[in-house]
Design a protein around this ligand. Structure first.
Ligand code: FAD
Length: 495
């Protein structure tokens, strides 16, 4: 039987693995994190070239309290180890026809901005829209995001009965697009709020209306950006884990989980056998079942049939000029959003009319680019990798992206690109083992997706737990931090 000083292996030093490792170390466990890369953070990593610094993965940071909570749990003042800017703009939206709209984490400012572009009638709808988003978030987050969906105890509370009564308000039976169309008449506003489906790699034409809750995070709870960039999230958590005694085995790929009598007893990593009492798996669950689990382990069929979320193509461009008309986050929308998503979903020619996201970290972190220059993270959503010919696709996407940006800014930007790196879906898979290079694990393209996502605990193997984007509650930095929390708390309770 395990004791309080039992050894727990965490497989993968992604953001969820770090969250689980810290919580387990605080609870007195001996924790070893096995990471195939020579760095921690998984998708939350960064690089520098020619004086430009880029966060390679996430750029949108919500719910910073979830990072703070880990420092507080370890008895530290988070502000001495991790800090963040609170920004006064959510995003700048730009369309080919010259329409521009800036959104803010302030209802008053949003009403004024929307009134000036789309008229007072549209602006008056914002208050109700954000209130609906708040209700959806407040009703569901404590149960469906912060707790396991696979434990009876989550459902056996009087508060859940209240949620069940409110089901008609949650938008479970309509799509996000349908919910947005019910509220707004201006197609560009519908498009703007449809965009929130991409925060979990889904299509607004398929993901349920409950995803409206995501707008509440940025518009009402604030828009933030870590001091030092997104990479500081994974780096500060790695430092905290090390201070707590967590051992990191970097450059050590886990090859197999060792299971005896339906219990985890160890793993094979770096060509060696390691005895462990429990294992928290932070790799993509499809990858884990395919490559790491012995044949005899029962596969959760429906879960493994879930479609991966969308992926992305990212151009990291060091620009020889600055564009003050762009802020930290900018979106240049496609002309036909529905067709764009149909193409992303069906592996069609998504590059013909791509929505372009530009993130410029040096707006808040001036050292991220040389003086007078800009460090651009330029991303388009793509299907997950299914063996497409990316060598052919990347130049076509690049051309369309440059055309759109140049049209919107009224300047040909191509000659200004002085350095470039590209990240493709298969690069994301190769670096993190996320199947198809999915950004967010599995997609949320149907209302049952949340229930079919993998549980945070194996129901057939004792001592095996799961966290990360492909486990409950899903992808994105905040949810991954929560999945590490749910998995580690379950492990501790089981003892
Ligand atoms: C380009 C991009 C943009 C994104 N934008 C945002 C955003 O703006 N906001 C947001 O919140 N989220 C965003 N995301 C999603 C977010 O980054 C992820 O959901 C989250 O970081 C995933 O964390 P994770 O814990 O699931 O692990 P991952 O980051 O997937 O890491 C898993 C780790 O496990 C390791 N591993 C896998 N297999 C093995 C093995 N066999 N042995 C040892 N180690 C192994 C991998 O090397 C990796 O380090 C974005 C992602 C990408 C790629």
């Amino acid at each position: 039987m395990s004791t309080s000083s039992s050894t727990v292996a965490v497989v993968g030093a992604g953001i969820a693995g770090l969250s689980a490792a810290i919580r387990l170390a605080v609870a007195g466990k001996k924790v070893i994190v096995f990471e195939q890369n020579l760095y921690t953070g998984g998708k939350v990593t960064a690089f520098e070239e020619n004086g430009f610094r880029f966060d390679m993965g996430p750029s949108l940071f919500t719910l910073p309290y979830l990072v703070d909570e880990l420092f507080e749990l370890a008895g530290r003042n988070p502000r001495e180890h991790f800090n963040y800017h609170t920004h006064d703009e959510v995003c700048r939206y730009l369309w080919d026809d010259g329409t521009k709209l800036t959104m803010y984490p302030s209802l008053d400012k949003n009403e004024a901005a929307v009134a000036s572009v789309f008229g007072a009638t549209e602006a008056e709808k914002l208050r109700d829209y954000f209130e609906q988003a708040r209700v959806k978030y407040d009703l569901t987050a404590p149960f469906f995001l912060e707790k396991s969906l696979h434990r009876a105890s989550t459902f056996l509370t009087p508060a859940v009965v209240k949620v069940l009564k409110e089901i008609p308000k949650l938008g479970l039976f309509s799509t996000l697009h349908e919910e947005n169309e019910k509220v707004f008449n201006a197609p560009k506003l519908v498009q703007l709020f449809n965009r929130y489906a991409t925060y979990n790699g889904s299509s607004p034409y398929q993901t349920p209306g409950i995803m409206q809750m995501i707008t509440h995070l940025e518009h009402s709870l604030g828009t933030h950006f870590p001091v030092g960039g997104m990479h500081e999230i994974s780096q500060s958590l790695t430092r905290l884990a090390q201070e707590l005694g967590v051992r990191f085995e970097l450059g050590t790929r886990v090859e197999e989980f060792i299971i005896a009598q339906n219990s985890i007893t160890g793993l094979v990593a770096g060509g060696k056998k390691w005895a462990v009492d429990q294992l928290v798996c932070n790799t993509d669950v499809k990858h884990a079942y395919k490559y790491l689990m012995p044949e005899k382990v029962k596969r959760p069929k429906k879960t493994l049939q879930q479609e991966p979320s969308s992926s992305a193509l990212i151009f990291y461009w060091g620009l020889s000029a600055q564009f003050p008309q762009l802020d930290l986050h900018n979106i240049m929308f496609s002309e036909n959003y529905e067709t764009e998503f149909k193409h992303i979903q069906s592996d069609g020619p998504f590059w013909e009319d791509p929505t372009v996201y530009i993130h410029i970290s040096n707006r808040l972190e001036p050292n991220d680019a040389p003086k007078g220059k800009d460090s651009w993270f330029v991303m388009v959503n793509t299907p997950y990798d299914q063996g497409q010919d990316w060598d052919m696709i990347v130049p076509m996407v690049r051309e369309k992206v440059i055309e759109r940006i140049s049209r919107v800014l009224g300047t040909c930007i191509e000659p200004l690109i002085e350095m470039e790196q590209v990240l493709r879906p298969q690069d994301i898979e190769q670096r993190t083992s996320s199947v198809g290079g999915a950004l967010y694990g599995t997609s949320s393209n149907d209302r049952m997706a949340a229930f079919l996502r993998h549980s945070n605990k194996s129901n057939s193997i004792k001592g095996l737990y799961f966290c990360g984007g492909s486990a409950h509650p899903g992808g994105g930095v905040p949810l991954c931090l929560l999945s590490g929390k749910i998995a580690s708390e379950w492990l501790i309770e089981d003892e």
